[in-house]
Write a protein that binds this ligand. Structure first.
Ligand SMILES: [Zn+2]
Length: 425
């Protein structure tokens, strides 16, 4: 290990307590959908004042975004919910390659508290783990990229190409936060996203669409139920059709990156609401579905296919053929991603991963989506995800492995050193 790399390792050790406090601080913000503003303002302030980055807050513009291929439709606005970009500018003329480091602050809902061993918003440390909603996915990544830069800054190291620290929102539902940064003009020679994939580099991911299906019934009191039609029971007919679609779509030929996965395209009914009284026949029932698709498939074509599947199922039902379901779309309209292994980002990442861990870097394809598509599919920026290890992502008792967060921090600092030709000034 060179002297400089040793100094970086020691600096990250020295700042580790502070990094843990930072991760706990951001972990305690309840930054679920619509509630990211407070944390974004905290981070903008942190980038500007603790890190002396020139910092911009961007309010995503729906009108402008909606013209873009990567836009996902929303039913809400972005007022008070900025995307934040801090620029660490190069010392003098550009020599190295510029770099985007991007994390999302939004987290999925924490679910029933009784299922949690620790307060989901407590950021509790127990041994080598920290527990909490979003701690792994992906506030651990935000802490790693911030403290990678801080370690370099503390050593008087400057990059010779710009480094952008981006804190985005809606990675878990649209990706529109990442889209807003591209539309605001933030581009670079490479991008890394510290999604917590167990220190493996992301090579591919599925695409995702969301759909909403509303079913109407003929309401009446249960006493006259023979004349009534329950929207809940009719919704169940269509949910069964969705289950059949799940089998169908996973029996199609698999994309090569997912050939070893038994069930790569998750089709999930994740939300249902309907009815208003136990003694009344439900007049209305709505359910929401997430559908996966392979890289190279058009999200719109998959939307059309699933819609048609439900229309066909409805045609076979006495009630539903007269009262067809109302199908709408919001949230993910996301293409899949298949990256080439010979990208420069993989070469540099593989090298520094080996320096830090002593092992060859592994690749993984995920059956979820990430923001990486904005750089590699909707733009021409070589990008991947690489982040910490942990467990129970999106479930109760989500946790991150803290030693892996430290290793990722060191890997990112060394990546900046190589990629941006950072040096002591
Ligand atoms: Zn994530």
């Amino acid at each position: 290990m060179t002297d400089l790399r040793m100094q970086i390792k020691e600096k990250i050790d020295e700042q580790w307590e502070e990094q843990l406090e930072f991760l706990q601080m951001i972990g305690r913000f309840k930054s679920t959908l619509g509630n990211e503003g407070a944390l974004q303002n905290y981070l903008a302030d942190y980038f500007q004042n603790e890190m002396q980055l020139s910092t911009e807050k961007i309010i995503p513009d729906i009108k402008e975004m909606s013209k873009h291929q990567g836009f996902s439709p929303v039913e809400w606005g972005y007022e008070g919910r900025p995307v934040v970009v801090g620029t660490w500018s190069s010392a003098g003329k550009k020599k190295g390659k510029s770099l985007i480091l991007q994390s999302h602050v939004d987290v999925v809902p924490e679910g029933p508290h009784e299922d949690w061993r620790y307060d989901p918003w407590g950021a509790t440390i127990d041994g080598n783990r920290m527990y909490g909603r979003g701690i792994q996915d992906m506030k651990s990544g935000m802490a790693a990229m911030v403290f990678a830069v801080r370690a370099l800054q503390s050593l008087g190291i400057r990059p010779q190409a710009d480094v952008y620290l981006e804190s985005v929102l809606e990675e878990e539902i649209t990706g529109n936060g990442a889209l807003a940064t591209l539309l605001a003009g933030y581009k670079a020679d490479g991008a890394l996203i510290p999604e917590p994939l167990g220190q493996q580099a992301l090579i591919g991911q599925v695409g995702v669409i969301w759909m909403r299906v509303r079913v109407k019934g003929a309401a009446a009191h249960v006493e006259r139920a023979s004349a009534a039609v329950s929207a809940i029971e009719k919704a169940y007919v269509l949910i069964q059709a969705i289950q059949e679609y799940r089998t169908y779509t996973n029996e199609r030929p698999k994309h090569s990156y997912f050939k070893d996965h038994p069930h790569p395209l998750n089709v999930n009914v994740g939300k249902i609401y309907g009815g208003d009284w136990a003694s009344s026949v439900a007049a209305d029932c709505t359910f929401e579905v997430r559908v996966g698709l392979y890289p190279g498939e058009d999200p719109q074509a998959i939307k059309d296919e699933v819609s048609q599947w439900l229309v066909d199922a409805a045609a076979k039902d006495e009630w539903l053929k007269e009262e067809p379901p109302e199908i709408t779309y919001y949230g993910f309209h996301a293409d899949g991603v298949a990256l080439e292994k010979d990208l420069d980002v993989f070469k540099t990442l593989g090298k520094v991963h080996k320096q830090v861990t002593g092992e060859e870097m592994q690749f993984s394809a995920t059956t979820a989506t990430t923001d990486v598509r904005f750089y590699s599919v909707y733009d021409d920026i070589p990008a991947t995800c690489y982040g910490a290890d942990g467990g129970n992502m999106h479930g109760p008792n989500e946790w991150v492995d803290l030693p892996s967060v430290k290793r990722v921090t060191e890997t990112y600092a060394n990546f900046i050193l190589d990629w941006c030709q950072a040096e002591k000034i």
